[in-house]
Design a protein. Structure first.
Ligand code: AMP
Length: 430
């Protein structure tokens, strides 16, 4: 038997209502807040991520699915990569399509995306090699911290609407990349003193990307990490002021947060505000639900004009895991058909096809199975389908042009004309 490859999975029909809810509500949030959708290719030039995400990040360094494209004739093919994240691609599209041109001062480009990402991580609960992200990017000339607060306000609305309540908003400022060198030296020096107590990954990060040490989940490293100098104490004045304003905007919106000076995020492009939303329950070790921040230098890194940017991404996989059980059950039930059609006899079967067509044309979802069953079996099947009603069509019903509509929850049954059935569904039940 051929099975899915490691770290990938099928999302089965019983889970799809949950996935759709997470997606559809996100689209609604984005509509309300003025974001427009963009879809970028899943395959991009490797260089985009090497430059955009950063060579020294774990993602680029060891997690990308990269391969050489087939070259033409004797030329070697290009190096291509399955996108591990979408911010670099969206920024590439922004630059490529000159979305910054013809903008009035202060006009922002607000984009969102939904789609699969690929990282060759060690699979575990909540961590897959093909996973799905929903994210937004706000790009433009302004780095107003009110932009950041508004994006977080949108997430706050979204999570509450999904009935996901056990979450924590963690915020930090990682300062200006240009001012970061001094802090990185300080950090490196402190790490070097403790090198033997750190795991292999952290020892490597000390040279390549010391900030990443703060993302280490290894228990043995934690006491060392807790004592390292934090970036928040080395902030440049402008970043400090920006961070204070950002917090004030959150306060004004009544949004609770925790400042975590050790929150640095793994990617190279972040500057100033970084944030995460963690799930306090139900995600296990992979408890980061949303990650985001400001990436003011990214456009220039990719050869574009100076542009400010702020955005986030969350994992659909993890959002679905956090949906409360009652909400999940409600969504699954709502996904069942309105009507399960039961026919008895050949004449009824033929009539059923016509009735089914009329009801479906009126917007009713109806399940019709073509095999005739005994009434009792058919009713069991109707209940199993989760339908709210069974529509029973036998010889008498055909003769009278009135059909038995049975409410499967209450057991009540009425004899109704086609018109009455349509009326019932289109007025009372929708
Ligand atoms: P990142 O792009 O690493 O900042 O991740 C943003 C969000 O995407 C995380 O908070 C997760 O919700 C989700 N995510 C990242 N990597 C994975 C993965 N391997 N499997 C499932 N979800 C992921």
């Amino acid at each position: 038997m051929i099975q899915t490859i490691r770290g990938t999975r099928d999302i089965l029909p019983e889970d799809m209502p949950l996935w759709r809810r997470v997606e559809e509500l996100a689209r609604e949030a984005f509509r309300r807040y003025g974001f427009r959708e963009i879809r970028t290719p899943i395959l991009e030039k490797t260089e985009l991520f090497a430059r955009g995400v950063g060579e020294a990040t774990d993602i680029v360094h060891k997690e990308m699915y990269t391969f050489s494209d087939r070259g033409r004739e004797d030329r070697e093919g290009e190096s291509l990569t399955l996108r591990p994240e979408n911010t670099a691609s969206v920024m590439r599209a922004y630059i490529q399509h000159r979305m910054y041109a013809d903008k009035s001062p202060g006009e922002l480009t607000k984009l969102y995306y939904i789609g699969p990402m690929f990282r060759r991580e060690r699979p575990q609960a909540g961590r897959y090699r093909q996973f799905y992200q929903i994210g937004v990017e706000v790009m433009g000339a302004s780095d107003d911290p009110a932009i950041e607060a508004e994006v977080i306000e949108m997430l706050d609305w979204y999570l509450r609407e999904l009935k996901i309540t056990d979450t924590t908003l963690l915020i930090n400022s990682v300062g200006e990349p240009s001012m970061r060198a001094e802090y990185l030296e300080l950090l490196r020096a402190a790490v070097k003193l403790k090198l033997p107590q750190l795991c292999g990954d952290c020892r490597e990060r000390c040279e390549t990307n010391p900030l990443r040490i703060f993302d280490c989940k290894n228990g043995a490293c934690q006491p060392v990490i807790a004592a390292l100098p934090v970036i928040t104490d080395s902030l440049d004045e402008a970043s400090r002021e920006h961070f204070e304003k950002f917090k004030a905007h959150l306060d004004a919106r009544g949004i609770a947060y925790t400042v975590n000076p050790r929150l640095v995020r793994g990617l190279d492009y972040y500057s100033r505000t970084a944030f995460e939303i963690t799930g306090d329950d139900g995600l296990g070790a992979q408890n980061t639900l949303v990650g985001g921040g400001r990436y003011d230098g990214l456009s220039e890194t990719l050869g574009g004009p100076p542009v400010k940017g702020f955005g986030f991404a969350f994992g659909l996989d993890r959002m679905v895991m956090l949906l409360p059980e009652a909400e999940a059950a409600r969504l699954r039930a709502a996904d069942a058909p309105d009507v399960y059609l039961v026919f008895l006899g050949d004449a009824a079967r033929e009539r059923s096809f016509l009735i089914a067509r009329e009801l479906r044309a009126a917007g009713i979802s109806l399940l019709l199975e073509f095999e005739e069953r005994k009434l009792k079996k058919a009713m069991t099947q109707a209940a199993k389908s989760g339908a709210r009603y069974a529509l029973i069509i036998g010889e008498d019903e055909v003769a009278q042009d009135k059909y038995g509509l049975k409410n499967l929850a209450t057991g009540e049954q009425e004899s109704l004309s086609l018109k009455e059935i349509i009326w019932l569904f289109t007025t009372k039940n929708t």
